[in-house]
Design a protein around this ligand. Sequence first.
Ligand SMILES: CC(C)(COP(=O)(O)OP(=O)(O)OC[C@H]1O[C@@H](n2cnc3c(N)ncnc32)[C@H](O)[C@@H]1OP(=O)(O)O)[C@@H](O)C(=O)NCCC(=O)NCCS
Length: 156
Amino acid sequence: MPAPSLPPGLPREANGQDMSDLLSLDRAAFPDDPMRNSTLRQLLDMYADHLLVIEDDDGHLCAYVLATPPYKGESWIFSLGVAPARRGKGLARTLMTQALETVRAEGASTVRLWVEPGNDPARALYESLGFTPDPEGPHADHFGPGAHRLGMTLKL
Ligand SMILES: CC(C)(COP(=O)(O)OP(=O)(O)OC[C@H]1O[C@@H](n2cnc3c(N)ncnc32)[C@H](O)[C@@H]1OP(=O)(O)O)[C@@H](O)C(=O)NCCC(=O)NCCS
């Protein structure tokens, strides 16, 4: 009989040792558009203390978010991903809530992000946290040909 599944842990800051796990997690969360190894490494170098991760009961990472340090009062949610098997358990909400608290304490008054217009789970999460969609609607080809994105803003 398989061991019972334990609840994942609390968010912690990432570190250089998380590179391999983060790559796997990002590929699982974004199978059609994963980050390049070099991009993830440089994000870890620059923003490890703003990259929050959650470890699963097996010690591997199952969720992450990167909220950039505020610049001129504005932070960006650069990426948010949860392993498919761990979705629907509140992990993304936990990460987003902690990330927003961090950047608010650091002086952010605005948080921005881009989301695929048809990504209903992500949009529902962001709206429930108070983000509002840009009134002009999605930007065509914003992330490249065919990759339309909707901007969303939260005023803290
Ligand atoms: C979007 C994503 C991060 C949500 O992660 P999650 O851990 O499953 O989300 P949570 O369990 O914390 O749910 C938070 C809220 O998201 C929304 N949500 C989550 N799954 C949903 C679904 N299948 N349908 C509709 N809304 C959903 C709900 O508003 C939910 O709040 P509620 O539970 O109070 O109703 C996850 O589905 C994911 O990693 N998707 C692929 C990567 C991605 O799209 N990232 C966002 C890029 S902008």
